[in-house]
Design a binder for this molecule. Structure first.
Ligand code: G6P
Length: 587
């Protein structure tokens, strides 16, 4: 949901550096991009519709400057046009701003500053205009401080003032991280932007600003007082945020599931026992997340019920605040989020905290807002996930939930053993022959307009997740159903040749789902069975390992690959699905 990046340091190719950094944040938005710098006391701005990955670095070679800001956009207010792209600047061209978030009171500020002075349709343009107004009688720092007090909504901004060789950034609700290198500083929405230069970071918290000159000075925006922060060292490798030998991040991340589950379960035993006890002690335990993380939560509901005999309630984060009547101080909210920055998930946390509940989170980004604002947080250690479609994070999150469920009944070691076995089986499964076979199945169904996926028990959430994957990257209409629900309506949609994917595990509901699959077949469906065993009803059989209750972790992987190959065979870029963004930091 928009990527922002700023650089200040000794390097004089700051524009190229900022563009390269933004290319690593492209997953956050890819409809337009722009950069700004101070070129010998004059504001230079270049912004365009299109993908930042298509920016021509040569165009910036002759523009030498040691300070720059840039943006890659996922439009919210104002159409996708060159002029609406960021950076935005003040009428006097002294202040330039990049922004991630939404300014809710922008209309009011526009009126106040005179609508005729605005040249874009965006909410963001009010920020440089306001700063420029305060700048007339204030220092750069005080002008930014005063301007942000006026803003309502969510923002992470980086501000450049021509003639002042320093940057100022501020945040409320949208992520912003300061990378601290040797005499150089980076301000970015996410770590991969600067990972090749430094792994030392400071996280900006809500209602804080930072002045970056020869050092970093953090200021609380409510009190105006300085804030002390500890430098955190990130253990990601720069290469892990690159595509490497793969054509797309999505495929790379699917393949990484050979290792990521082992990393997810490599957790401190005391911490796992602590969270297992927190769940046991809670009175009213809730699971919440968005998109794929939400489907992971649903799988968690089944794990807690089947393994630990414990009822946990799921609600998508955007709906969670509605349930506030059920929350009390003894309740526990478990938030699952890859990025740790999703606005709806943060709002769910806020609703829980208002009622005095404890919050436990499972995130992939250490130090993310959700992690920091939780009472307790575990990190799945899956490494950067850059494809919009979440894959490796989902299986790691499920592994961790399953592990916690086993810890709740004193069987943590058995849980670890099972998941290590799952990891080893996935390692064997993800071989070139398997990938080729799935590509062949994808080829058969790629031109269909509709597809349906069914699952039962802990594989029902995986049917929903498989549908998300297919929809978001291949644009084929896909819907997931609880297998038993078919006969109550959805079966009317099935006609001759409709692809239907059946997720079958070797469990006590196997017979039921096979019967439901037969019902589909009788209406002419083309059945793709994902199962450890072959059943006559399958037209195509994708064999997966038999891993008992952990079956969602293996059943979901072929659907990720199917979605990927359908997209590629349809000539689409699975890493950049239309209308979507990786990190959704607006409500
Ligand atoms: C976006 C992404 C999804 C992701 C969801 C939740 O919609 O496109 O892939 O599942 O956000 O993100 P989170 O970072 O909270 O897991």
């Amino acid at each position: 949901m928009c990527g922002i990046f700023g650089y200040l340091g000794p390097k004089t190719n700051s524009l190229e550096l900022v563009i390269k950094g933004l290319q690593k944040l492209e997953y956050r938005g890819y409809d337009s991009w722009g950069v700004a710098t101070d070129l010998n006391g004059e504001l230079f701005v270049d912004k365009k519709v299109g993908k930042i990955s298509e920016a021509k670095l040569d165009n910036f070679k002759d523009k030498s400057s040691n300070i720059a800001i840039g943006h890659t956009r996922w439009a919210t207010h104002g159409g996708v046009t060159d002029i609406n792209a960021h950076p935005h600047f003040s009428s006097d061209k002294t202040i330039a701003v990049v922004h991630n978030g939404i300014i809710e009171n922008y209309q009011e500020i526009r009126e106040e500053l005179g609508k005729e002075n605005f040249i874009t349709e965006t909410d963001t343009e009010v920020i440089p205009q306001l700063i420029a107004k305060y700048r007339k009688d204030n220092s750069f720092k005080d002008a930014v401080f005063k301007a942000v007090q006026r803003l309502e909504g969510r923002y992470a901004i980086v501000v450049l003032n021509v003639g002042e060789n320093y940057l100022i950034a501020a945040r409320r609700g949208s992520p912003l991280i300061v990378g601290v290198g040797k005499d150089e500083y980076f301000l970015a929405s996410d770590i991969p932007a600067f990972l090749e230069y430094t792994k030392d970071v400071n996280y900006l918290d809500d209602d804080e600003m930072v002045v970056v000159d020869g050092g970093v000075e953090f200021i609380n925006l409510t009190t105006g007082k300085p804030v002390k922060k500890r430098l955190i060292n990130i253990d990601w490798q720069a290469e892990s945020a690159e595509k490497g030998e793969y054509d797309h991040y999505m495929l790379k991340e699917i393949m990484e599931q050979k290792e990521t589950i082992l990393r997810a379960i490599n957790q401190d035993t005391d911490e796992i026992m602590h969270i297992a006890q927190m769940i046991k002690d809670s009175r009213g335990c809730f699971l919440s997340g968005c998109g794929t993380a939400g489907k992971v939560c649903m799988a968690g509901e089944y794990f807690f019920s089947i393994i630990a005999n414990r009822h946990v309630n799921f609600a998508p984060s955007s709906e969670f605040p509605v349930y506030h009547h059920f929350l009390r101080p003894e309740s526990l909210l478990i938030i699952v989020s890859q990025s740790g920055e999703t606005a709806d998930a943060l709002e769910a946390m806020e609703a829980a905290k208002k009622k005095g509940c404890k919050v436990f989170s499972i995130v992939n980004v250490e130090g993310s807002t959700i992690a920091r604002q939780s009472d307790f947080s575990l990190h799945i250690k899956a490494g950067p996930e850059k494809a919009v479609a979440s894959t490796k994070a989902a299986t790691s999150q499920m592994a961790l939930l399953l592990l916690i469920a086993t810890a709740m009944i004193g069987e943590l070691q058995e849980g670890r053993r099972l998941l290590a076995e799952v990891a080893s089986q996935i390692n064997d499964m993800l071989n070139p022959r398997f990938l080729n076979y799935i590509k062949e199945v994808a080829e058969k169904i790629k031109d269909q307009e509709n597809s349906y996926i069914i699952g039962k028990a802990e594989n029902y959430p995986m049917a929903l997740e498989a549908a998300i994957k297919i929809q978001e990257v291949s644009y084929v209409h896909a819907e997931g159903f609880a297998a038993g629900e078919l006969k109550h309506g959805p079966i009317a949609l099935v006609t001759e040749g409709t692809p239907c994917i059946s997720l079958v595990a070797n469990d006590e509901v196997k017979k039921d789902i096979i019967n439901n699959t037969l019902e589909l077949k009788a209406r002419g469906a083309h059945i793709i069975g994902i199962s450890p065993e072959k059943h006559d009803v399958f037209d195509d059989w994708i064999k997966v390992p038999d891993v008992g209750i952990a079956s969602p972790l293996v059943n979901i992987i072929p659907t990720q690959l199917l979605a990927y190959y359908i997209a590629v065979l349809r000539g689409l870029d699975p890493d950049m699905p239309r209308n979507l963004a990786k990190s959704v930091t607006v409500k």
